[in-house]
Design a protein around this ligand. Structure first.
Ligand code: F6R
Ligand code: MG
Ligand code: MG
Length: 373
């Protein structure tokens, strides 16, 4: 069959925010999701070619499809307005933490820096264009570091690196230093040549975060991660950043199953209760809620194809008997680390403890110390 030609230039904009949830930080509820869907249906006319709305834990994620490119003011304004409308309704409903992630009072041209997490990909659609939407809750953007490293740079996880000529040249990682707040401090490193340098940075999930990945074969970007650090914006604890990510798959990019494979590990990440603990990242179904110890940290994955700016229905990538088994194993890991409560690595280091109370407590205790003669 002859391949259909398409030169459709598509932008995917993925944004998420916690604007209020039911019963603590569990989930936003159907009323709020419906409100956002209706809002986008109304306001997206003439702007969006398609959209989808979902939630992961207490965060609402908006997937917007359009042809206006990245950092488009009208698209970003629409996201801000959608979350603001949702936050107002959340307040009316008496939802917990209404407006939690909207950290500024007004829109100022770009959604970045205002609280919601956002990432975007712009590309000429391939004749068939499969891609994945990841949304995580109760964790930080660096939670994607290890899965991305394994899926894009390690032939133990990505068989295509040794089997598929389109991937032989490897991938370029753009990594951001998220501790730097005066601008975007980034480094570009090529795998496989700079593998050890990439690993040296990515070991530090709190500080160095994969922002994007590019194919060295085609020059095309295939990964975009939200790298917002809420506490850098707010200057204090406001909740973990709960990152979203877009990944184009197949062909010159890793296969969906290769991108998914590292999530079998349930690797330990920062987040969990009060954004202050270590817990394993559990792959969950779309629209899952939060539960045990305000966790565990979770990640969902919705798979789509986009064609001429129109989305297929989502396929739930972690809704499969295999992942039920994984979830049981990850639960075991979560129980193991929780059994030691506050002790040692079960809780995050001082710099990442996002509730300030302990700092005041330590100052008080400090006065009671005596140096023994
Ligand atoms: C973590 C999170 C929750 C809250 C916890 C206390 O990201 O959202 O674990 O930190 O439920 O919430 P507050 O301080 O709102 O009572
Ligand atoms: Mg929350
Ligand atoms: Mg959240």
């Amino acid at each position: 069959m002859a391949r259909e030609k398409t030169s459709f230039r598509t932008t995917l904009t993925l944004a998420k925010a916690d604007v209020g949830s039911i019963g603590g930080h569990i989930k936003p509820g159907e009323r709020l999701l419906d409100l956002v869907r209706n809002f986008l249906n109304r306001m997206g006319k003439g702007l969006l070619s398609d959209f989808d709305v979902m939630h992961t834990g207490d965060d609402i994620a908006l997937l917007l499809v359009h042809s206006r490119g990245r950092n488009d003011k009208r698209i970003h304004k629409m996201i801000w307005d959608a979350f603001t409308a949702a936050a107002e309704d959340a307040a009316k409903q008496g939802l917990y933490g209404a407006g939690q992630d909207l950290l500024k009072d007004a829109f100022s041209g770009n959604i970045r820096g205002l609280g919601p997490a956002v990432c975007e990909l712009e590309f000429d659609e391939r004749p068939n264009e499969p891609f994945l939407v990841f949304a995580a809750d109760k964790t930080e953007p660096g939670a994607y570091n290890l899965p991305l490293y394994l899926a894009f740079a390690d032939p133990m996880y990505n068989a295509g690196l040794i089997l598929s000529p389109g991937m032989f040249k490897g991938f370029r990682f753009t990594i951001m230093d998220v501790a730097y707040t005066k601008g975007d401090r980034v480094i570009e490193l090529d795998a496989p040549e700079r593998l050890y340098d990439i690993a040296a940075l990515l070991r530090d999930n709190e500080r160095f975060v994969v922002e994007s990945i590019q194919s060295r074969q085609t020059g095309e970007q295939c990964v975009a991660v939200s790298t917002t650090r809420l506490h850098n914006i707010a200057g204090k604890y406001t909740g973990k950043d709960d990152p979203v990510m877009l990944v184009r798959v197949q062909g010159a990019f890793p296969a969906t199953g290769e991108v998914l494979q590292p999530y079998r590990i349930g690797h330990f990440v920062g987040g969990f209760m009060r954004g202050s603990h270590t817990g394993p990242l559990m792959p969950v179904k779309r629209n899952s809620s939060i539960s045990w110890f305000d966790g565990p940290p979770i990640v969902s994955c919705s798979a789509y194809c986009v064609h001429g700016g129109k989305l297929t229905e989502p396929a739930d990538a972690f809704d499969h008997p295999f992942w039920d088994y994984v979830r049981n194993e990850v639960s075991r890991k979560a129980i193991d680390i929780r059994e030691q409560g506050f002790s040692g690595p079960a809780m995050l280091p001082y710099s990442e403890l996002e509730y300030g109370g302990i700092v005041a407590k330590m100052k008080e205790l400090d006065k009671e110390f005596r140096i023994r003669k």
